[in-house]
Design a protein around this ligand. Structure first.
Ligand SMILES: [Zn+2]
Length: 301
């Protein structure tokens, strides 16, 4: 894979100017991290050589050292979170077509189908893509750049902790904007490196993972949206999921009664994430909802 140069990747259509920041220390990954002085984006450099190898069976089975939780084992519990997001989406768009980028085994999209949305997934992993298609979730295997999707075709596009995996921020955001219908809704969940959690933990922050190629801040994503005509935004700190749904989902991993004590931690994080100090949120989880086109002051709520 060719390394795009600094001009070709800037999400703000400027020239990125990366300087070495530190080697990450979380889990002894020792990943070299660079910070852009122009836009505030961080990147992992050099990248793992074969991205697709990262996302094979071991990744989803939890046997890889940085694993994705296999949602199929706890479908019932995960559904609380997916339903919560879909109910919120319906406040803005009652019906229409949803594209999920990085749709994994198709769990979220199968719920979206139940809610009455038309669905489409795109997934790099052959392993999870095959599974999704086998249960009736149309999923294209590959990367956004090669996807045979029509322009202005989707009412809603969702990236749930996926944008940090994509190798070219500028190109990815350009493609996503093109795929959205006018007035379409783009939803991106990632870590906000402006949040105090990331600032405080610095090189030890647990979001520094081998598959995470770029690290975003709220301001870089806001400005990248505005740059592409996505003017209306709503930010959910922590996440856009209700506390009730988070608590219900967490039960899926509980083994005995004492595990319910973890609910205090979940609730504490949930409320803490809604607070700010010196204009920055206390935690670093966030979800940005942006509407393509339209006037700044319009609201669909
Ligand atoms: Zn930059």
């Amino acid at each position: 894979m060719n390394e795009p140069n600094e001009k070709e990747i800037c999400p703000l259509n400027k020239n990125c100017n990366f300087h070495f920041l530190y080697n990450s220390t979380f889990n002894n990954y020792n990943l070299p991290i660079y910070l852009c002085k122009t836009c505030g984006l961080q990147k992992l450099f050099p990248r793992p050589s074969q991205l697709e190898e990262l996302y094979q069976k071991d990744y989803y089975h939890g046997t890889a050292s940085f694993a994705y939780t296999d949602e199929r084992k706890n479908y019932h519990f995960h559904s609380y979170v997916w339903n919560s997001r879909l109910k919120l989406i319906q406040k803005y768009k009652r019906q229409g077509s949803i594209l999920e980028v990085g749709s994994s085994f198709g769990g979220f999209l199968s719920r979206a189908k139940e809610f009455g949305f038309e669905i489409q997934g795109i997934e790099l992993s052959e392993y999870s893509c095959k599974y999704a298609n086998s249960i009736g979730i149309p999923t294209f295997q590959g990367v956004l750049e090669n996807a045979p999707f029509s322009k202005e075709n989707y009412d809603i596009i969702v990236l749930n902790e996926v944008i940090e995996h994509l190798p070219n921020p500028k190109l990815s955001l350009d493609i996503l904007t093109n795929l959205l219908k006018p007035n379409g809704l783009l939803i991106i969940q990632t870590a906000n490196f402006d949040g105090w959690q990331a600032k405080k933990e610095s090189s030890e922050y647990h979001y520094y993972l081998p598959g995470h190629l770029f690290y975003y801040t709220e301001s870089v994503l806001r400005n990248a949206f505005i740059e592409r005509g996505i003017h209306r935004m709503k930010i959910y700190y922590g996440s856009d999921i209700s506390l009730y749904s988070k608590l219900m989902k967490s039960r899926g991993s509980f083994k005995n009664a004492i595990d319910y004590l973890r609910w205090f931690k979940t609730a504490f994080y949930h409320f803490k994430s809604k607070l700010k100090w010196k204009s920055y949120p206390l935690t670093s989880g966030f979800v940005i909802y942006g509407f393509k086109g339209g006037r700044l002051e319009e609201r669909e709520e």
